[in-house]
Ligand binder design. Sequence first.
Ligand code: DON
Length: 570
Amino acid sequence: MSVKIKNSSTGNKLTTFLVFIVLTSFALLPACKQTAVIPADPHQMVVSTHPAASKVGFDILKEGGNAFDAAIAVQFALAVVYPRAGNIGGGGFAVFHEANGRNGALDFREVAPISAFPKLYYEEENRVNYQASLIGSYAVGVPGTVDGMWKMHVKKGKLDWRQLIQPAINLAEKGVILTEQEAAHMNEYSRIIDSVSISPTVFGTKHWKAGDLFIQTDLANTLKLIRDNGREGFYDGPTADKLIRTIKIRHGIMRKNDLQRYTSVWRDALKGYYKDYTIITMPPPSAGGVMLLQMLFGADFLNIDKKGFNSTDYLHYLIEIQRRTYADRAEFFGDPDFNFVPVDKLLSPLFLEKKYKDIGPLATPSSAINPSTKVSIESFETTHFSVVDRWGNAVAITTTLNGNYGSKLVADGAGFLLNNEMNDFTIEIGKANQFGMVGGKMNEIVGGKRMLSNMTPTIIMKDKDLYAVLGTPGGSTIPTVVMQAAMNIMAFNMSMQAAVSAPKIHSQWMPDEVYYDQSLSPAVVDSLKKLGHIMKYTPLGKLNCIKRLPDGTLQGGTDTLKSDGSIMGD
Ligand code: DON
């Protein structure tokens, strides 16, 4: 290993499942969740889903770090304090805006192991083992997070790499005080984690309660290797050995050369417009950014903001725009390094006007919309965080293990959970997987290929100035939730917190249902039913966002109902 450490200044079942997950989460809510350190006029801010992670990022900003430094530190801290989604064994996307006017994206999405193939989960010609794409070694994509963070540090960072990783090591070594939510989640999942993993894990050591100190010694040691050796501390040496040993003992297909050849990719951010605003968002292999821009086009084209915020009329048109947008997802999207994704066509006014122009006053049954394939809703186990520094650099990162605690497989002796991102590929061509997702050919499994995503980290500019940093978890609901948060600030001039807290709706074409937040007015829900929409209650989004006011001060917005979301700024 030789790495230089930088020291310089550089349908029904589905709904039941979903409601169960969500209601379980609600039942576990702590009495007091939000931690905020926000004086009157903050000019630098971190908003994440955990107070300890926000504090780590905020401290880095105070120590003179830029938004990239803070984002790296938050990513590693979340791997310790929010292990169900924060990760070093997963992947994600970053979208950024720099004070010098440049925008960009970093794709640190997982890839399929090189020996994977389209029918990886077929046991026989007509028998597919779906479970294997969700739980255990076969579900694991080659992790991208550490490579992504290292690349970001080398190109955009200001502080020493060690300084960015040390706070996460401290949290793992000295322990983090569990919130009620974290304790409850660990109790719920520790048994399956222990049964999938090779040795008893730290998650299963006791029955956890709020206030317990959660110490992760193995993870601390792995983080030390990453601190001291950079990228190679994960993809080579003892960490790689432990990861691959775990996979081999569990008969998986990932090998050391998969780790060695993994590389995150700088991509041009996708750019679009809504009225006076410029939207900078994630390109493929996420479908999220394109769908966000498509929906904003539809909203502008049909002037739905004139119908009044969350009125029946507004929501009806929004639902119709959403279902037409999602109907195209599986046909057109896949890894752009393996397939041609016709982004220009998908965003061309001609294509979009045709798509949205026939929207009328009544619900269109989804079956009447000509589609290719279906998508699904997933549980809320990804996480998004937003950072703005005092110089005006902004970073939006959505990062994930995919499911709650990913594949449930812990890299033995290394203390971190491995993702189950392989389930985001088409598992069985033409058929829905257990979450209702029907995969298309564009997203079939190929060794080295990235699986399709919905994650939509997004930055909005107004008159060349930074205006907002947005993002949320929520699987297939991510693009619609980000779109509504964006509409709330752009079209309805809401504060960031109001935009985050406002009730949202989600239609994804199939199943032919509309999901709505509990706080949506019952009268509006009834009126939408009368128009022919099949309405189902499901909480939507766990947004962590920042809005910048014209005088340069920042507003944070976080989900205080469903998470321990935390805004820190000064
Ligand atoms: O990349 C994706 O779209 C999914 N793996 C994200 C999963 C997710 O958001 C789950 N819950 N919030």
